[in-house]
Design a binder for this molecule. Structure first.
Ligand SMILES: Cc1ncc(COP(=O)(O)O)c(C=O)c1O
Length: 498
């Protein structure tokens, strides 16, 4: 079944024009069939799901397969010799190999450490990377807080922490700034550079060539791939970051509670665990106050692994392999291009633009997270919290806030260290509503936005529904946040969005 069967009226005309402008979309028709079967619940419930950067969606078949496996096997706590234990160990190890193979990790070069999520992988780096005086932690302003938080470990151990700035309005890494910061490394001192392969705020895909560039200058590189891998192929045979963080529920929805740190064997040897736990030691003595950490991934997998859920990762990866990540990539790229162009073109009756998109206005080196704010005809910011409520009323799931990525949001809005200090100095204490009002009075700045993100089974109808929802704010004046106005038209050159 193709999508066009369900489309009528103006949507049909737009769909025809869309197909003309984005002919590659036709090659992704298999995803319509998949949606109609495995993801039937979306259309049954008329739900427009646009939060794939928050969490991917699983196909029903993944859960059935996992249920069948659990209901047909006797699986015990792994790493013992019993039948039930060996059965669990063998499923965990099969999944570990599947993960390495999926990411094209050259044999013997990478280890996959199972964690609870991407944050768990990143915390391992914070805790175990040999930060010390003379060393550095360099990270891009565009990063999830789970990467930003590593700076606390680095500075506690006297390493220098520095941020690479972003360019405005595209929110890409400032290449000149990066070049000189990368040159600033003291030989012989462990130094780590961290950046996201794809921004969870702006959708920008940062260049993977930076990995090699930084490594050539002596840096270890941490690539946060959590927002990248749901719609892009990461090939560890082609780019060789020292550390990679992922959460599997972002890739294929199910299971939650399992993530992974992919680590190069040479980099793993540099990590120093600050403690040991059940499962991570070959030997531990109370009398002798000594322990010997287990080698490889085992030394990092604290306590009992999530051994019932880990086999569902194998199922999820096979699900992705069967569909083909390139098909998903092509589909979201077409839909993103169309939606970007249409949102940027929305105007009030007085000709002023309605929507401000943060980050690139075209699909060049950008993924499918569209972060934006809406403005009234006089340039007053519309309250994104109310917009989220209204979207929910129409069964559209979007996300609002700063998406745990304060640096990209601050760069997008021009929020400065002074703004933040002034907010912190407010006598009455800061709440979110007060903070939003406060920033409104510092030049009409917004501290938060709306994010619509596309993923595995997004279709034209989803993009269309969001566009028509947005278009309904034409000439709207009731949802403004304050009196301060913002000139949407001057904030960027409106491009054709192709
Ligand atoms: C780029 C990026 N990194 C890290 C994370 C953290 O992922 P988790 O909450 O699954 O640990 C997220 C989650 O949204 C993300 O988008």
């Amino acid at each position: 079944m193709t999508e066009s069967t369900n489309i009528i009226g103006a949507e049909r005309e737009e769909y025809a024009a869309f197909l003309q402008n984005y002919p590659d979309y036709r090659r992704t028709a298999a995803l319509d069939d998949l949606r109609a079967s495995d993801y039937k619940r979306l259309d049954d419930q008329q739900h427009t799901y646009l939060d794939y950067t928050g969490a991917g969606l699983h196909g029903a078949s993944q859960v059935w397969q996992h249920g069948d496996l659990l209901n047909s096997r006797i699986l015990g706590n792994p790493h013992s010799g019993s039948l039930s234990s060996s059965a669990a160990t063998s499923l965990v190890e099969k999944t570990r190999q599947r993960v390495l193979d999926y990411f094209g990790a050259p044999r013997g070069e990478y280890t996959a450490v199972f964690t609870a999520n991407a944050t768990g992988a990143l915390k391992h780096i914070g805790e175990c990377y040999p930060f010390a005086k003379g060393g550095r932690f360099l990270l891009t302003a565009d990063n999830h807080n789970s990467v930003n938080g590593i700076r606390e470990f680095a500075s506690a151990r006297d390493a220098v922490v520095e941020y690479v700035p972003l360019t405005v309005p595209d929110l890409r890494i400032d290449k000149d700034g990066l070049e000189s910061l990368l040159d600033n490394i003291e030989p012989g001192h462990a130094s780590l550079f961290a950046f996201p392969a794809q921004s969870n705020f702006s959708g920008v895909r940062h260049p993977l060539e930076l990995i090699r560039q930084a490594q050539d200058k002596g840096w270890d590189v941490l690539l946060d791939a959590a927002a990248f891998v749901p719609t892009n192929r990461l090939d560890l045979g082609a780019v060789r970051p020292d550390f990679v963080s992922v959460s599997f529920y972002k890739m294929f929805g199910y299971p939650t509670g399992v993530g992974c740190l992919l680590v190069r064997t040479t980099a793993l040897e540099k990590l120093r665990r600050p403690w040991f736990a059940g499962g991570t030691v070959n030997f531990a003595s109370v009398e002798g106050r000594t322990h010997i950490l287990a080698p490889g991934e085992a030394g990092f997998e604290d306590g009992t692994l999530n051994f019932l859920s880990i086999p569902a990762v194998d199922i999820g990866l096979r699900h992705l392999e069967k569909i083909g990540i390139e098909i998903i990539h092509t589909r979201v790229n077409c839909l993103t291009g169309w939606l970007l162009g249409k949102l940027l073109a929305l105007q009030h009756s007085n000709g002023r633009h309605m929507v401000r998109i943060y980050g690139p206005a075209t699909t060049t080196a950008r993924g499918s997270a569209l972060t934006m704010n809406f403005y009234d005809p006089d340039g007053h910011l519309l309250d994104y919290r109310r917009i989220e409520e209204l979207a929910s009323g129409q069964r559209i799931s979007i996300r609002t806030g700063c998406f745990c990525n304060p640096g990209a949001g601050e760069a997008a809005e021009g929020l400065t260290a002074d703004d933040m200090r002034a907010a912190a100095d407010e006598p009455a204490g800061m709440t979110l509503p007060r903070f939003l009002q406060f920033m409104q009075h510092r030049g009409g700045k917004s501290a938060g936005a709306i994010r619509a993100s596309l993923g595995i089974v997004s279709n034209f109808a989803d993009a269309w529904r969001f566009l028509t929802f947005a278009a309904d704010f034409c000439d709207q004046t009731k949802l403004t946040m304050g009196e301060v106005t913002f000139d949407v038209d001057s904030c960027r050159v409106i491009r054709d969005g192709s």
